[in-house]
Design a protein around this ligand. Sequence first.
Ligand code: SF4
Length: 1021
Amino acid sequence: MLHLLCVPSGSTVTDFFYQKALQQKFEETVLVASSEALVEKARMQGIRAVTFDALANAVAEQCSAQLHERLVVRKISRKAQELILQDILDRLQEEGRLPYFGRMSGKKGFVRSLVSLMEQIGSCGATAEEIETAFAHWDGRSPVYRQKDREIAVIYREYLLYLIQNNIYDMSGLYRVAAEELAALRKAGGAVTWKALYFTGFYRFDALQLVIIRLLSQICDVWVALPYEPGRPELYGAAEFTYGDLMRYATPERLPAVPVSARAASLRHIVRNLRSPEMQPVPADQGIEIWQLSDENEEMRAVLREIKQQLRGKTLKPSEIAVVVRRMEEYSGIRDLCDEYGIPVQAEDSAALAASPVFRFVSAILETVSLHGREKTESWIAFLTQPLQKIVLELSTETVIQLAGTNYYTDYRKFLADILEKTGCEGLRQLWQEIEAIPAETTIQDYCDITGRLLSLTEIPEKAGRLYREGQITLAGFKNMVCACREILSLLQKLPQDYRFCRSARQTTDCAGFAEALADAAGKMSLSLQPENREGIAFLSAVNLEDAVFKQVYVPGLRENEFPFYKDENWIYDDRERADLAVLGITLPSSADGYGEDIHFFMNACAAATERLVLTFYADEEHNASPYIAEILSLFSDLRVQVKTAGTAAADSLSREELELALARDGQTEALKKLEPGLAESAGSDRKRLQKAAGWNGNPDDATLLQRISRQIGDRFSASKLETYRSCPFQFLVTYVWQQKAAEAAGEDMDPMQRGSLLHRVLEKFIGRHLGEKLQQAQHAELQQELDEIFDAVCQEYADKGWLYPGDFWQHDKEQQRNLLQRWLRSEIAYSEQGEWRPVSTEQSFGKKGKGEFALDINGRRIYLNGKIDRIDRAGDAYFITDYKSGDTPNKKAFADTDLQLPLYLLAAAMQNGGNVAGGGYYSLKDAERKESFMFPAAADTVPWKTFSEAKDENGTATAVSDMEDLQATLQRVLGDILDHMGEGDFSPTPSKDCERNCPAAEICRFRVLTRNREEEDLNG
Ligand code: SF4
């Protein structure tokens, strides 16, 4: 029998389930929990508890043992799934059966996406036939997408076949087997050994899990607790499907769900009324607070400062406090920050295995095997100069560097012989012999055995232990090495198991291939450096909070895109396609499911607090406060956001870093010197900047220097050069006079500038082919294909020129950009059908030396302007200019102020095309819509999108700009102002929120320190 208990938010039935389970025999009861934490909690009560995965495994084994031969359920890892799919893709590609995915089939990123798609299809319980039928009935697909569907269906069929033939299962395969065996057992009149099962902590089940629950309920007593209240559908979107399915068979039970524990009145109000249609606002009490901070650093510091004060005042124990975040990976520095404040924390300190010195040591060995000639010598030099060699070989790396620097070795043997002669290092002689014996090609299993033996020979743990006892390395360093050795050895054991079901296990590979596979596997592993401190404050993800209770809960990061956080759907099928597939009976998870999950997580975070809940956020130009903040505010009649600063006086400092900063701000050089030499000087220079001392703060006063700066600036300006000065003169000085660029971390992913340039190029080519044409909906499929082809050709061109790295990141990114372009095309067709504007030119340059010069005489000085207009459209004799933006578009309030590009381009277009320029605007590619379009008033209603006609006058009031002459006068005034200030040597920093992002001057201007002091000065009157 199936019993369904709907548990209202903030309540629990766990104790009720415990009591019921404890009344029955241990072996006849199982509590099935949603997380390992809940499993452990139940086991501590003496109850048999498992996760759903373990239950499925046990079901399959029990049933098969009664029905036929005992089924040996071999579950494969995700890595094995990737390898199997790679094998399938390779074969299909060889057979010419992948015209759509062909070029992607060798890319790891694609294979990973495919694994996740296979899992999603598997979890919805679809067979290969059902997938093929659904695809066959999918109307309105273009021929290109039909091909994509065919290929996915073939891959899915082949994948399932492979698993069946090899008697192995992925997760959904295991669930399917469990369901099938259970159905057969029931038919045969058999029974499982359990009499009662209790499911707790789940907010949803997938299709196969629901089948298992239903079948189990036909042979034993099954109780399911589900967070659900019929009156609040907006809150329980994630549980809706599961509730609907279970209610078809279940007996609803009406047990009084026990509140987790007593709650402050305002917290009770939140858990009972969030998203309730009957909600009435009530006055707030001290149980709920909302804080706004200026940035993420201040936000975490404000939270930790308060926690530290409470722990110092002993008002709360650390274990009564939790910090709950949406995604742990966004808070990797939390442990360091807690350490800085001396706050004990229940969060493991971890490090990436691939980044550990021991792993780099192993990788360097493998690299020496793979290379030849001078490259091989270089790899030996790199290997022998690794810091770890001081421990492993006790080798002087300085000697190695000196030898390598004085001779240009092309033969590594000569190099090693010289090292041996000079150092007499016996360990190196042995290691050399071992490395020479590594075969150039063998199986993964052999390579793993050889590498494991070599690593053991190095005796790193023993040597590191000795050094630690002698005080030569720290405990953290010692642990890092020991843990890394242990993890690498276990990885070497596991790796061959992942390969045993695919071709690579039987085939040999070269050493470079093995090194890559090892690095790939290590990339997903981390080392745990410090055991959890069970007495510390809890640092938790909102995703794992079922039944968690704390007196005080802080929820930082409540801003758009962070909490709520919506996962992107798997790019192979986007949300629109998933909606179509759902109609065809294939229900894959979509972004909408993400919304339902996210509010569930937020409610869990709120419900975890019993005495006080503090919600915090910071907002900037990119992201506002989370919509959840507004929802909580609406629940109370008098709740206000508290704007906080984490800045402190020296006497109130709670960490060394706070103290240093406070002393520096107060100019307490003597105290600073005592803390650390050097800090006093840094503080001194900050004070000079504050007092606007000559030569500081971007205000050069030396006449010769000013002349040289003016020469360097020159008389040629682009819109972005002028805009930089307008938004921050100090950034202008550093960028255009000192010619510094923002440092960018080299990465595999494409930088935003390059991505923008690629999109511009695609649109230039596409629009270039359709000049003067009206695009129509009827041509959509054809245009879509054309745009796709241009996109692929431009991507290839960028890859050939080395402007993009076609690695895993790009394969993902590329499909996102393709989708973005397709969305743009849909808008473009709609705009084209609605109006008379037709494109007449693309990428029209102006202001090139000697050709199409664009000069303006301003305050007795002639300057030359240059730029490139992305696109010009025409309707009758009027022109409209367009600038594509792949990032954010400037706000209309900035027109002819910090946004100088649009007015300058309007002027340049009027000059070059000699006609009537009616206006111009931005085309946001990420939102696929025209935005912030300026039109002179007389032409305001000639375009089918929103426009404006104002710019700020000298008093800062928005005033209509009547015609081109008026616009030119406005521009002359703004540019005159810019040039006058430049001439006077005014290059002061003018900070704005988040301005340091990508600013090459951020480290020099130290605007954070300066602004904080300005605020204090204001407060002091
Ligand atoms: S960080 Fe901000 S204030 Fe400092 S130079 Fe850059 S833009 Fe100007």
